[in-house]
Design a protein around this ligand. Sequence first.
Ligand SMILES: NC(=O)c1ccc[n+]([C@@H]2O[C@H](COP(=O)([O-])OP(=O)(O)OC[C@H]3O[C@@H](n4cnc5c(N)ncnc54)[C@H](O)[C@@H]3O)[C@@H](O)[C@H]2O)c1
Ligand SMILES: [Zn+2]
Length: 363
Amino acid sequence: MATMVEMQKVAVHLGENSYEVLIGAGLLEETGARLRAMGFSNRAAVITNPTVNRLYGPALQDSLERAGLATSVLEVPDGEEFKTLASAGELYLKLGKMRAERQTPVVALGGGVIGDTAGFVAATYLRGVPYVQVPTTLLSQIDSSTGGKTAVDMEGLKNRIGAFYQPRVVLADVATLRTLPPREFASGLAEVIKHAVIRDREYFDYIESNIDKIRAQETGALIHTVARSVAIKAGYVEQDERDTGIRNVLNLGHTIGHAVESASGFSLKHGEAVAIGLVAVCELARRLGVLNSGEAGRIKALLEKAGLPVVMPPLDKEKIMDAMGQDKKVHGGRMRFILPHAIGVVAIADDVPPALVREVIDG
Ligand SMILES: NC(=O)c1ccc[n+]([C@@H]2O[C@H](COP(=O)([O-])OP(=O)(O)OC[C@H]3O[C@@H](n4cnc5c(N)ncnc54)[C@H](O)[C@@H]3O)[C@@H](O)[C@H]2O)c1
Ligand SMILES: [Zn+2]
């Protein structure tokens, strides 16, 4: 195996389901050798979409074949609207046709949509075949590829059908992010900043000082950023694999964010809505007297420097409140929010008055 210039590893400790997340530049080309070293042989199935396949399919297939794995590349059309049971159904048939067996690894090559779909297919085909994540968006590298949540949507209901099923390894090749549309990259940065706000003041300082390098995708800065974020996420996954408690704090900014995303008719990208949600939840925390203005200002300024929107767009405020009303975080008239208390410190509040939330949304 060629030695990589720079690589970081994050271990995810989950007993017999433990695995490593490798973050580096050029990992894509090493996939075959790494799978071979993990004991895989014979065959592999790559699940991807036409956009990513055009860019990275041949290099991945070549790497797998060089390692002696006869590889079939299975495509799902590009888009969240294809994260469905129907797509999974077609993939099962294709896996059958290529004679995938219990030991045949499924390699998910793409963003979170592909990772979630391929993970779900791997969780259910033959009651579970091994799978490997090769995430190619910033969001999927820092978030969705680690943690084992796999799912498809059902009639617009997100992640309605799914399973907790951990990958065998995650190979996050930061070189693949070069071709990502700038809005997609910035969108991923919203979750990066979210991780720092939740858990790690030093990481926040780092992002603040290096935001230009990160946006310019300097390899070292990017590897450090992805690795820190993965380590933070992995920490919560290790404590709460099934997301029934503490893993919830990863939803910082998402109650308002999801509502804004849906009120915008999904013209906002998820990360853009999360940026607006983070700013709003900081304002909420400030008005509740748990976060000071200086901290809130730093968070907003960093999101802005990351190329993200920070001002509530002119959307129907009623719609935003309604969307939140349907949110599972509502409890008997009072609302539940994860609130930042300082950069790196959050706490759950169960008793936020909806009127105050409305004030923040009204701006
Ligand atoms: N499982 C989890 O824990 C988890 C967590 C967060 C989000 N998600 C899911 O992730 C999905 C969103 O993922 P996403 O933001 O990666 O979106 P995505 O998978 O739709 O990818 C965004 C776009 O970028 C394209 N693309 C991917 N890699 C590229 C590259 N290297 N160069 C150029 N284009 C590229 C894709 O084809 C797509 O058009 C949602 O379905 C969400 O529910 C899952
Ligand atoms: Zn998110």
